[in-house]
Design a protein around this ligand. Structure first.
Ligand SMILES: CC(C)(COP(=O)(O)OP(=O)(O)OC[C@H]1O[C@@H](n2cnc3c(N)ncnc32)[C@H](O)[C@@H]1OP(=O)(O)O)[C@@H](O)C(=O)NCCC(=O)NCCS
Length: 153
């Protein structure tokens, strides 16, 4: 999934197997330490891996951070079936009801309108004053400018 050009269209680079495994290991440690994180999505009827959606703590600096973010990444064969929206709504519920968060943020590259559509569909609102240049995206890249959405309990 992390090496798929369509999936990674709005990320600076495709991930190698090694990079992907490193992030997977980080997800596991995060789960072990906190009991929540970016959950795997499975298709109920088959048990097939669909992608991930869930909550995370961004590790870079930006004016709207620290905060808990909600994020999603799915295999293209499962796009446009409502999976990301369904999983995101459940992740928000967990964040607000179980973790008792006051606020959850989400951010993406300006051009990633599909991801922004999910943010809107789950009731998040754009905070234009929080627009930022992602420090982990190379200068000059069209992917550097990001928008931020937020939902309060
Ligand atoms: C973004 C992503 C998670 C959406 O997953 P999904 O399961 O297809 O999402 P859903 O089916 O719940 O909803 C898709 C919505 O996007 C809309 N959409 C689809 N293609 C679109 C496009 N090119 N432009 C705008 N909206 C689009 C659909 O119409 C639908 O909205 P609607 O219900 O109002 O019609 C998925 O496309 C993905 O994994 N993309 C690559 C990874 C990525 O960019 N992650 C986010 C990084 S911040």
């Amino acid at each position: 999934m992390n090496a798929h050009p369509q999936v990674m269209e709005f990320f600076p680079a495709l991930w190698t197997r090694e990079e992907s495994d490193t992030v997977f290991d980080k997800f596991q440690v995060f789960f072990r330490d906190r009991g929540w994180g970016l959950w795997a999505i499975e298709e109920k009827s088959t048990g097939n891996y669909v992608g991930f959606t869930g909550l995370n703590i961004p590790s870079f600096e930006a004016p709207f951070l620290p905060a808990i973010e909600i994020g999603w990444r799915l295999l293209p064969e499962f796009w446009n079936k409502g999976f990301a929206t369904e999983a995101a709504l459940e992740s928000l519920r967990f964040g607000f009801d179980v973790l008792k968060l006051a606020e959850i943020v989400s951010f993406t590259a300006v051009g990633n309108v599909k991801s922004q559509r999910i943010m809107e569909k789950i009731g998040m609102q754009r905070k234009q004053e929080w627009d930022f240049l992602h420090p982990r995206v190379p200068d000059g890249s069209v992917l550097k400018a990001h928008v931020v959405y937020v939902k309060s309990k």
